[in-house]
Design a protein around this ligand. Structure first.
Ligand code: UT7
Length: 329
């Protein structure tokens, strides 16, 4: 055995804007239908942040809940990681804005960008600091206000996304429990299929980039779909194997909430019936990095996850990236 510490989730929390945008509302905005959206994606409605709400605001609300459940104070936090593609601004990091709001004066803070896989990249990163003994308590957030970078005239994307934030506090847990294995990956050549092209150093903001709608999400949905169906099952299988477990040892799956057809394919691949799979995309749509921690928080508060259960988290997204984790709760 090595002398690394076992790391687990001590508390979860989530936050959602109040405003609901239904498929019927979208029917009035673009050429679409509730029937098309439900049958192709499973999404019925999503939450939309108001103009005064930024990603750090939702992060703050989710963080307080996770810290309360974990019994951890702001001063006890050693590190804050915010996974997001919709930071409050390019810099300072949203994690630094959050550190200030929380009064977490002893915490280092940085943002991490791995799109929808961001939360899994985040907990894997946080785990390393605690496993080695460098830090004791790490706050990991997945938070997005995708509505702010959505082209509300593009029916191919605007029906998919929503806003929200999910948080966990990571800390040391009893040996042999917590995060048993993780798997992260990237396929950079597929990056072009999911992108917000302008606003960075390649294409700084100009009147033209604004007029060309290059500050909005652009997606090749079919390509992302094919990648997702393959990688979700593969990622889940990999972490099960790495943890030395069999498919039948898995008690619950918390997948990224992009499309019900992608989730069903992943569940089938690891032979898990859908009643053991968390699905909330009907209510919230795809919230990128926020989807998995919000789904996890809901599953915990619904009593779907119990001590000793083996949980698989798996996601995919822009990059293209993927991530998976097997957690003994
Ligand atoms: O977190 C990662 C983010 N991205 C994803 O997860 C996206 C993964 N991809 C998907 O979920 C699916 O590819 C979509 C839901 C985006 C699209 O579903 P699809 O079954 O792949 O549809 P499609 O793109 O092949 O489009 C089929 C038809 C097209 O019309 P034609 O060319 O057959 O006449 C589209 O123009 O559906 C049309 N269409 C729509 N119709 C009504 C596309 N979007 C809409 C819409 N309402 N909102």
């Amino acid at each position: 055995m090595n002398n690394l510490k076992s790391v687990g989730i001590l508390g979860t929390g989530s936050a959602l804007p109040e405003k609901i945008l239904t498929n019927f509302d979208l029917e009035k905005m673009v050429e679409t239908s509730d029937e098309w959206i439900v049958s192709r994606t499973g999404i019925k409605e999503r939450r939309i942040a108001d103009e005064n709400t930024a990603t750090s605001d939702l992060s703050y609300e989710a963080a307080l809940k996770a810290m309360e459940m974990a019994g951890v104070t702001a001063e006890e936090l050693d590190l804050i990681i915010v996974a997001t593609v919709t930071p409050d601004m390019a810099f300072p990091a949203t994690a630094c804005i959050l550190q200030d709001k929380l009064g977490a004066k002893n915490a280092a803070a940085f943002d991490l960008e791995a799109a929808c896989s961001g939360f899994l990249y985040g907990i894997t990163t946080g785990q390393q600091f605690i496993a080695t003994g460098m830090y004791k308590k790490v706050l990991v957030i997945g938070a997005e206000t995708l509505s702010k970078i959505t082209d509300w005239t593009d029916r191919g994307t605007c029906v998919l996304f929503g806003d929200g934030a999910g948080a966990v506090v990571l800390g040391e847990v009893e040996e042999g429990s917590g995060i048993l294995s993780t798997d992260l990956g990237a396929k950079g050549e597929g990056g072009k299929y999911l992108t917000q092209p302008a606003g960075g150093s390649r294409k700084p903001a100009t009147i033209e980039t604004v007029n060309n709608k290059e500050h909005f999400i652009q997606m090749g949905g079919g390509e992302v779909f094919k990648f997702a169906v393959r990688i979700m099952g593969q990622g889940a299988e990999t972490v099960i194997k790495k943890a030395g477990l069999e498919l039948e040892d898995v008690d619950y799956l918390v997948p990224h909430q992009a499309n019900i057809r992608i989730i069903e394919a992943a569940a089938k691949r690891i032979k898990l019936p859908m009643e053991k799979v968390k699905v909330n995309l009907d209510k919230y749509g795809n919230m990128s990095a926020a989807s998995i921690p919000i789904a996890l928080d809901e599953a915990v508060s619904e009593g779907k996850i119990n001590k000793g259960d083996h949980i698989v988290l798996v996601g995919f997204g822009g990059g293209l990236t993927w991530g998976a984790a097997l957690i003994k709760w």
